[in-house]
Design a binder for this molecule. Sequence first.
Ligand SMILES: [Zn+2]
Length: 142
Amino acid sequence: MKCPCHSGNDYKDCCEPFHKGKLPPTPTILLRARYAAYALNLPDFIIDTTHPECFYYEKDKDKWKKDLEEFSTSTIFKDLRILDTHEDEELGFITFVAFIKQGDEDATFTERSYFVREEGKWLYRDGIVKSGIHTNEQMLEI
Ligand SMILES: [Zn+2]
């Protein structure tokens, strides 16, 4: 099976090891693994890699899990395009376009997301999301 992160690689050589517990070494690899986890309906991976202070963090894990499952099963994950990455040892900024469809509706969005590394583990910290396709420069203007 090709990896749902659309890298073109086999899932077993791409995001699967991270879904099975290996720590993603960079924010970009974590972003790809999170996209694939949404596509494969693996809500625990999303919850486990979201920073507790993130805007999207939900204290009620059961409700959050249900919401994630609903999103994953009602969405088609068509493609992932990474526009820009800035990474160092502790911080990462990534601009990407997630090409998705919900029902017959195109729900593609562009996001500038922010990752932090805590105790050796990369976490999704927050993101600015804009619907549709935008350039990295447009995302930096927000
Ligand atoms: Zn992958």
